[in-house]
Design a protein around this ligand. Structure first.
Ligand code: PMP
Length: 292
């Protein structure tokens, strides 16, 4: 991934992709003092760009540092880089981290760095499998208590248990894993939020110890506009057996139907398909809709 063509924006400069390097004694690498975003561009426009950039700033604030570029400056850098890369549809990855000026747990004097990379990432899950529903393992790792980790930040350190869970799932032939939270309630997948359907109603875990995804919020909004009841609540593991449909939401995953979670089976039903279509329409640039 470090030898692609094109440019990366790093600390205010566009540098050649292969030259965007940092030192091995970077605090963000040793102590996970890094926060990032995942965004998608559709038809040349980044969907909910400012919301993502604001979340990046908020994640940094939660980790105790301030990104030395404003939301407007990062938004503009993302837009310029998208143009420079020449993609209409692409994935956008801004990241901010503590640098290499000081070594040790304390990082008071470390410079805050920021970079943006943009690449083509058409489908997070296998496209053929996606419409049939993907299969999820049940992870052994649990989303931590908010008193144990800054669970509302999109912070690099929180992904340690996600990679472990995803690898364990992949080793068993699953696409991803459902993670429970520290209390044993249903939480989310390793990089996406989760929804269920039963008797025409939608249920999703209350985002009280994991990322309240921008896609999650968008899909809740789209569902309510369609007149569906959406319940954000505690979901017990024992309820999995009774749900009829299940899908994941996330910037990379978009709306992805789920057909299996461990021993439980779900159909790719009408509500899932409707929300998948509504989301696909919602992410298109507004000007394209206005021109229709
Ligand atoms: N949870 C986790 C752990 C994630 O990595 C993501 C992807 N950023 C999400 C949920 C969904 O967030 P969003 O819809 O904002 O992409």
């Amino acid at each position: 991934f470090d030898q692609l063509d094109g440019f990366i924006w790093i600390n205010g400069q566009f540098v050649k992709w292969a030259d965007a390097k940092i030192h091995v004694l970077t605090h963000g690498l040793h102590y996970a003092s890094a926060v990032f975003e995942g965004e998608r561009a559709y038809g040349g426009e980044i969907f909910k760009l400012t919301e993502h950039t604001e979340r990046l700033h908020e994640s940094a604030r939660i980790l105790g540092f301030t990104i030395p570029w404003s939301v407007a400056e990062i938004d503009e850098a993302c837009r310029q880089l998208l143009k420079k890369q020449g993609f209409a549809d692409a994935y956008v990855r801004p990241i901010a981290w503590r640098g290499s000026e000081q070594m040790g747990v304390s990082a008071q004097n470390n410079k805050i760095n920021c970079a943006i990379a943009i690449w083509q990432w058409p489908s997070y899950f296998d496209p053929a499998q996606k419409l049939k529903g993907i299969r999820l393992d049940i992870a052994e790792w649990r989303r931590p208590d908010p008193r144990t980790a800054p669970s509302r930040a999109k912070a690099a350190g929180l992904y340690m248990i996600c990679t472990l869970s995803k690898h364990a799932a992949e080793a068993k032939g699953y696409a991803d894993a459902l993670m429970f939270d520290w209390r044993g309630y249903v939480a989310e997948a390793t990089g996406a939020n989760i929804f269920f359907v039963k008797d025409g109603k939608i249920h999703t875990p209350a985002a009280d110890c994991f990322l309240n995804g921008i896609t999650r919020q968008t899909v809740i909004d789209l569902a309510r506009r369609r007149g569906f009841e959406v319940n954000e609540r505690i979901i017990e593991a024992s309820e999995l057996e009774g749900f009829e449909q299940c899908f994941l939401t996330g910037t990379a995953a978009e709306v992805t139907p789920v057909s299996e979670i461990g021993p439980y089976r779900f159909e790719v039903g009408e509500i899932t398909r409707t929300l998948l279509e509504d989301y696909t329409a919602a992410v298109q640039p507004k000007r394209a809709i206005a021109a229709e």
